[in-house]
Every structure is written in structure tokens, then in C-alpha cells.
Design a protein around this ligand. Sequence first.
Ligand SMILES: *[C@@H]1O[C@H](CO)[C@@H](O)[C@H](O)[C@H]1NC(C)=O
Ligand SMILES: *[C@@H]1O[C@H](CO)[C@@H](O)[C@H](O)[C@H]1NC(C)=O
Ligand SMILES: *[C@@H]1O[C@H](CO)[C@@H](O)[C@H](O)[C@H]1NC(C)=O
Length: 498
Amino acid sequence: MATFADQKNRIRRSMLNLLSLVCFSIMLCAVHSVESSSGFKVPKPTKTQAKWLDYEVGAIVHFNMQTFDRYMKPGSVASVDTFDPQELSTDQWVEAAKSFGAKYIIFTIDHFSGFLMWPSETDYKYSVKYTKWRDGKGNILSDFMKSSKKHGLEYGFFYSVHNNWYMGVDNYSTWEPSTQERYKEVVEEQMRELFNANSSYKDPFYIWFDAGIVPGVSPDVGPIIRELASNALCDECPTFAGDQGLRWVGNENALAPLPHWYAVPKGKCSMKTDNGERKYYVMTYKTVKEESNSRKPWGKLFCPANCDTVIRQHYWFWEPYTEHSVKSVRRLVREYLTSVGHGCTLLLNLNPDTRGLVPEKDHSAYEELGKAIALLYKDPVTKSFNPKLWARKEKIWRFTGFKSFNGSVVLMEDIEKSGQLVMEYELKFKTEDGWVSTDQAGSTIGHKRIHPFPKALAEKKVSAISLKINKLVTKQKSITLREVSVYNWNEAAKQDLI
Ligand SMILES: *[C@@H]1O[C@H](CO)[C@@H](O)[C@H](O)[C@H]1NC(C)=O
Ligand SMILES: *[C@@H]1O[C@H](CO)[C@@H](O)[C@H](O)[C@H]1NC(C)=O
Ligand SMILES: *[C@@H]1O[C@H](CO)[C@@H](O)[C@H](O)[C@H]1NC(C)=O
């Protein structure tokens, strides 16, 4: 039998339970409102980040000692005179990049071998300065910068910190404390040499630390970059990119998983997990999906991803007998659509050969890709700039004439002005059989989202599209998109490009 005290206790307990339940829901509400209310301050890009998103397509050049010798390892590198590109032309690289529409170009000025593409004055004897090539007077970095400027491309530097085989460094470590300290100094000296106010290499558009920087483990480049190169975009600079950060998307297939968010939590402007492991070196579709699901729109830092890929499947540096692996234009177009078409930027590799030239077969693939991309925008059916859409209210664009075509819908958010806002939308096509939905769910838009028409519509008469924004990251009632356009892709379909 329950005593009075028991009863009192019971009542008290249930009161407490009720109270904690209420508290818990309040907390939930609080969390929820932080996440989705007008309280969330949407991060916006800097001018440079916005410009970079607008560029959409860039190039990266892998050319270094590995072009000449692929069998090096930590502590064992090819002698300097192995490096001998007799016909080197950085103009030709930049022309190749330009032919597929690249607006900027990045160069591996230092890669795993540790060989430097500039005649460094630091106490370091593995660079162009110590070769017989051009009597040790060659300076490929400087040539590269001149060619980029001449052709109107922005330029960037790729520098490997986690590997330097010349100094015996593997995964940031020389495994020997005495040389470890020297390695740290060398990297820091080279950063100062490149970016100090009197340097002819200062102010690049883009700096990329391959495989990233692990604070506390890597040489301490952060403070130097913040002091000397804070205007440059900084790729894989997790804690020190300031507001100029970029990150690697996490796979080498130019594939941005959807939803694709630009914002990340502070200090996480990187593809790496907390402990510095590269999370997805080889990404399966499943890990791609997991990664995208784990990213949330509520990050406070604007840090968009680059979507990189190779021209030869799957080689970053040139290798003999790999011509057959140059990708088809159809495949490259597909990769354009899963990168630029998913709000990412496409970063396509160039692998100059031992002559120092982009091989002919690759060169023509770049040109074909450039033409193919241009074809995707050649025949607009309707174009609408800055349309205002009310949340959860359908807006319809009708086309003059009743056309039958393969095509695409291009959606753009005004990222520079408003940041990334759209979480979910619905896109439909009007045909003679009624309205048909897209075969891909509308999640994020970002800078650009390209929806190829569903194949089933290729023979139908599409006469209108409708767009409904279902969910925004803020509580605002409307959004002004940058652009909503429809393009005729019949010619691209005829040329078997899509
Ligand atoms: C590479 O270095 C990082 C940082 O020190 C460490 O966390 C990781 O375990 C290392 N990876 C390998 C494969 O040794
Ligand atoms: C740059 O050059 C000026 C003039 O020669 C010199 O006073 C200054 O110390 C130099 N700065 C650096 C960072 O080397
Ligand atoms: C759309 O493209 C397909 C080839 O993919 C073609 O068979 C079809 O005729 C095209 N439709 C129109 C209307 O041109």
C-alpha cells in the first residue's frame, strides 16, 4: 500500500517529468529556431569567392618531377637533371585551358617529389635552379604567370605540404625529429619567399595546399598566409583561410553530391575529419551520399567546394601509353553537369608530357569540350533575369510557340547578394499529356543548377515549366533568383554530347 509520502513523491516525480518534457520541447524549439528561423545569418561570399563561383570552370596543371619519373618515394627522388622539358611552353598550357573555358589556372609549383618550379633562394637544392635545363636559369613559375596574364586568366599555386619525398616527408612527418624541424622551417621560408611584399610571385588568385594543412602537425603556414596572402582564395586551409576559404569536394570525379551547401562550421573549411585523416580518398557513391547528407545548411562560414577531375582516367601526371584513357567529350560534358550543374566549379586537369607540352589528343578533347559547353547555352528558349518567387507558390514560364525539343532548365541563385538560400524546390514541365516532374528532386540550387530535360520528354511538346520554392534556410517569404532559363539542346543531342 502506498503511503502518503510515496504518493507525494510520485506526484513530485511526475511533475518533474512533465517539467523536463516541457524543457526538452523548449530546447528542441530553440534548436529548431536557431536552425531555420530568421535568426540564422546566411553567410555570404567575399568578392573573390563570388568571382570564383562565377568563373565556373578552371584548370589545374600537373607538371613536375613526376612527369619524368613515376617511381620516386620518400627519401628517394630522381636527380635534378631528370627534369628536362625541351619544348616547354606555358603559353600552350594556358591556351589549352582557355579552349575549354577555364577562367583561372592552378600550377603544381611543388608536388610530392618536392621539386620546385621556381629558382628558390631558400637553402634547398631541389629546384629548376639546380638543373642543366636552360643552364639553371629557367623559371617555370614565372613563365606560367606571364602566360596566364597574357591570356587573361587568373593564376594559382598548388603546394604539397603533407609529402616531400626529397626531404623524406610522408604524411607531414620525416619520422626523424632533427629533419622534421628543418622541414617545417623550409616550408615556412618558402611561403615567405613566395608571398612577401617584394616577391614577384605575390598575390596569386588561388593557393591550394594539397591534402590540406593539419593545424599543429603541418608546418605552421597559417599565420604567414594570413599576414602575407590574405587576398588569395585558400583551398584546404581549414582554420586560417579567413573568409577566403575553399575546400575540395572529396572525390576526383567532378561530382558534387546533392544537396550541395557552401556553408560550413567555423574552422571546418576542409574535406578532412577532425583528426586529419582524409576521409574519402576513394569515394563510392554511398560515401558521396553520406558526405552530402552530413553537411547542413546552417554553417557560419562561406566555404564552397571545388570539383576536380582528370583528363586521363585516372592519371594526374602524364604517363606514357595512356592516350587511350583521355576522356570522351560526352563524359566530360556529364562531369560538367555534375559539377557546374550542381552548383560546384569544375577544375579540370592538364598533364603536360616530358616535352613540356599538353599532348595533342588531350588538347583536342579540351577544344571539343569548350565547343560542347558553348553549345549548351547557344539556343535559349526563354530567359528570365531576377525573377521574384514567393515561397511555396508556383511560378510558370510559358514558351512562345509549341516546341518539341531536348533541353535543359538552368536555375541560378544570387549568391553574392543573398548567400545560398534554397533548400527544396519543385520543377515541372508542361507537355501535351499534362505536367511532368523532373526526374531529379530539387534540393539545393546554389550558384547554378542545370536540369537536363528528362529523356522521356525528348519527343514531347514541352510548352512551359513551373518552379515552386518549397523551403528556404531563412523564414523570408520570397526570393529573387538570379536567373531561370530554358535551353534547347537538340543540337547537343544530335552530336551525341548529352
Ligand atoms: C597522417 O597524419 C595525420 C596527422 O598527424 C594522422 O592523424 C594520420 O593518422 C596519419 N595517417 C597515416 C596513414 O599515417
Ligand atoms: C622590400 O624591399 C624594401 C626596399 O628594398 C626593403 O626595405 C624591405 O625590407 C623589403 N621587404 C621584404 C619583406 O623583403
Ligand atoms: C532529342 O534527342 C534524341 C536523341 O537523344 C533524338 O532522337 C530526338 O529526335 C531529339 N528530339 C528532337 C525534337 O529533336
